[in-house]
Design a protein around this ligand. Sequence first.
Ligand code: HQG
Length: 176
Amino acid sequence: MDLTKTSKYLSLILRHKPEAVGITLDEHGWADVEELIAGIQKTRPFDFKTLTKIVETDHKQRYSFNEDHTLIRANQGHSIPVDVELPVTVPPKILWHGTRQKSVASIDEQGLLPQSRLYVHLSGDPDTARKVGSRHGKPVVYQVHSGQMAEDGYVFYRSVNGVWLTKRVPPEYLEK
Ligand code: HQG
């Protein structure tokens, strides 16, 4: 079985489109593990062991089980409005955002906007940002003056897998 393909499907379900397998998420983004497995099994072979393997081997730690493994959720990246209960966290002075060349003119004008997701995603180091930006071609990496933003009242969260999240980044806090 192609685990990467199945993991991408899992991301789609748990971040954007639970209805694809006929399930719903609760307000905190949790899906019922039994319902999820039954839903995925309608289109492909899938079981609890495979799900656990995906969760444990995912190199970005995209998913979490609850304590007794009856519920599962994506740690970040949602487009549907769920609250994954992240505490407000003071960011480091500088965070990073990788994007594609095509978006630069618009970002320079509007700043970073969450687009289809709930938050703008920021990285803790430039290498990670570069990788995020390379998903769609030649990357451009922005420095984000997150320390200044926090001082000015902007709120930041850090997902359990280490992605920094904020609602928007106005252009005056960005530097290429
Ligand atoms: C861009 C992956 C035009 C923004 C990664 C980005 C990440 C603007 C795109 C996670 C803009 C949105 C998220 C503006 C922002 N005008 N374009 N004003 N403001 N953009 O995929 O940050 O593998 O929703 O630069 O590792 O690229 O899925 O966000 O290019 O952590 O777990 O709009 O997705 O993780 O794209 O990536 P995305 P992202 P996973």
